[in-house]
Design a protein around this ligand. Structure first.
Ligand SMILES: [Zn+2]
Length: 381
């Protein structure tokens, strides 16, 4: 199967999440990898048996190199469907690009990795093992996908880990983490004919919003060399029911991006301190519902990472990075398995992912494959 046919075939197997049923695409990957002699396991958590992952291992022993790509895609949003100029599940090629939902995120990196294993399978001289992880659930946070695989000890520690995402074929060595939180204010409801008899929870919240906005601006003074500054965004506000009553409750939902090395507990404490610093009496406020996903950071100073960057330079004739990767990825769930460096790497930009007419330039896809082949030839056979 040639490289374009392989990618088209992957695009032609829809795997939107939700609902996150990856059985068909996981089976396709398993079948292809079994055919070249890989030891293949297919695993899904009891909590979501249709979120099937495929792990294919070629070779044995050390060193171990993991190639990881996710097999779920975002769903096609109602407002997006009519904007597609081609069938999103046909894999049409137009003007040197292959179009389709999931084409760049994350089926092109997956296809390049499968091609790399196919090439390696033809060599007698492979040293160590190549572990292809075709993972479910990335688009909803990876808790029942890669995190579950790692926590359940289905993935071995590896000497080098390549997570396929859209980095313009450069090496990305860091992404931010996310802290979510909810702030609630409470007051006393009365009829709007005499507001001063009540306590307006929205007015109280407006003071907190001002303080959080100031906090966000102060965060820009902290700069990580690769991913930039932490941020604090107020994404949703809810409160009140009618214009003729003083509202007794208001809530806002926050998204606080954490840069590598920021301690989630300290970030929570900072957010609490901002909320508590605002004088609100007789209204009251609290912050809670903290949920976070971690950042990822890798030094990229190992021999593997250096060799990988050399291979990029030779293929794309451009600066190989390191760069940051703005969206999150499954890399955050693999940090405990990385004995050496872990990188995020793949064709194109995440900005064309998650949108109508998602596509991957065939030249970029070819470069991704070429870089992986060059890297493996130089390191393990
Ligand atoms: Zn992705």
């Amino acid at each position: 199967m040639d490289s374009i046919a392989l990618l088209r075939h992957l695009v032609q197997i829809p795997s939107p999440n939700p609902p996150g049923d990856t059985r068909a695409i996981a089976d396709f990957v398993a079948e292809k990898m079994r055919a070249i002699g890989c030891d293949v396991r297919q695993l899904a958590p009891d909590a979501k048996p249709e979120a099937l992952n495929t792990i294919a291992v070629l070779g044995a022993g050390e060193p171990r190199i993991m190639l990881h790509a996710h097999i779920d895609t975002v769903p096609i949003a109602a407002t997006e469907a009519e904007k597609w100029s081609v069938d999103p599940y046909a894999g049409a090629v137009r003007d040197g690009a292959l179009y389709g939902k999931g084409s760049i995120d994350d089926k092109a990196p997956l296809a390049s990795m499968m091609l790399a294993l196919m090439d390696a399978a033809q060599r007698d001289s492979l040293r160590g093992s190549l572990i292809l992880v075709a993972a479910a659930e990335e688009e909803v946070g990876g808790q029942l996908g890669t995190k579950w695989l790692a926590d359940s000890k289905h993935l071995p520690p590896c000497d080098f880990i390549i997570v396929g995402e859209q980095t313009a074929n450069k090496v990305a060595t860091a992404h931010k983490g996310v802290m979510r939180a909810t702030v609630r204010t409470s007051g006393a409801a009365v009829h709007a004919t005499n507001p001063d008899r009540g306590v307006n929870a929205i007015v109280a919240m407006s003071k907190i919003i001002g303080a959080l906005d100031k906090y966000h601006r102060e965060l820009s003074e902290r700069v990580h060399p690769v991913v930039g500054s932490p941020t604090c965004n107020i994404g949703v506000i809810e409160g009140g029911s009618t214009a003729n009553a003083v509202p007794d409750s208001c809530a806002i939902y926050l998204d606080r991006r954490m840069v590598p090395r920021e301690d989630p507990e300290i970030v929570q404490a900072e957010l609490r301190a901002v909320v508590n610093s605002v004088a609100l009496a007789p209204a009251a406020a609290d912050i809670g519902d903290f949920v976070y996903s971690r950042w990822f950071d890798s030094a990229s100073d190992s021999d593997y990472a250096k060799t990988f960057m050399d291979c990029i330079k030779e293929v794309i004739k451009d600066d190989p990075g390191p760069v940051g990767y703005l969206p999150g990825s499954d890399a955050k769930h693999l940090t405990d398995l990385a004995r050496g460096d872990m990188i995020i790497f793949g064709p194109g930009s995440y900005e064309v992912a998650h949108a109508a007419d998602e596509h991957v330039a065939l030249a970029d896809y070819q470069a991704t494959t070429d870089i992986l082949l060059k890297f493996l030839r130089r390191t393990v056979y």
